[in-house]
Design a protein around this ligand. Structure first.
Ligand SMILES: [Zn+2]
Length: 111
């Protein structure tokens, strides 16, 4: 676990032994960076993989919606079209659930 420094202007987080000279996001100088506490640093490292998984799941639901729309458009028969319609709805629910969880992580400093 390395030290983390957060830009107090834009929230960019830098990983390293010291704060970075200039914020890569907003251009503010090193003095604007605040070193995170060990507790806050641990939260960020601990949640890193789950945040990535949520983002990947969100990307996959977009693919499911795209495929379901194609299946609905083909309109082979009612049960098939109904299955695609249901898949599209379920993908949306999965996406919203992951987005809500990411929001919860962010508000708790797990980002
Ligand atoms: Zn910044």
């Amino acid at each position: 676990m390395k030290n983390l420094f957060k830009c107090s202007v834009c929230s960019f987080i830098h990983e390293g032994d010291n704060a970075i000279d200039k914020c890569p996001k907003c251009g503010q100088p090193q003095e604007k960076f605040i070193e995170l506490t060990a507790e806050d640093t641990a939260k960020i490292y601990k949640s890193e993989r789950t945040n990535d998984i949520h983002m990947e799941i969100i990307a996959l639901t977009d693919q499911i919606v795209k495929l379901a729309k194609e299946g609905i458009e083909i309109n082979l028969d009612p049960p098939c079209t109904s299955g695609f319609t249901q898949a599209k709805h379920e993908a949306y629910v999965i996406k919203q659930r992951s987005k809500a969880e990411i929001e919860n992580h962010i508000t708790k400093g797990k980002w």
